[in-house]
Design a protein around this ligand. Sequence first.
Ligand SMILES: [Cu+2]
Length: 66
Amino acid sequence: MKQVTINVEGMSCNHCVSSIEGALKNAGMSGKVDLDSKTVTVEYDEAKTTVEQIKETIEEQGYDIV
Ligand SMILES: [Cu+2]
């Protein structure tokens, strides 16, 4: 498993946390949102997932990648 930390703009509350973490989970990844540092740390299998796909998954929820 690899790990990547992505800076994300627009996350402000627990709803944001659960929509992003839920979307990542549905896509087969394990994500952790940190509202204080405005980051999402994702563990993923590089054989199945690219960083681009992770970013798209977050953007599809309505958040901007910095
Ligand atoms: Cu929110």
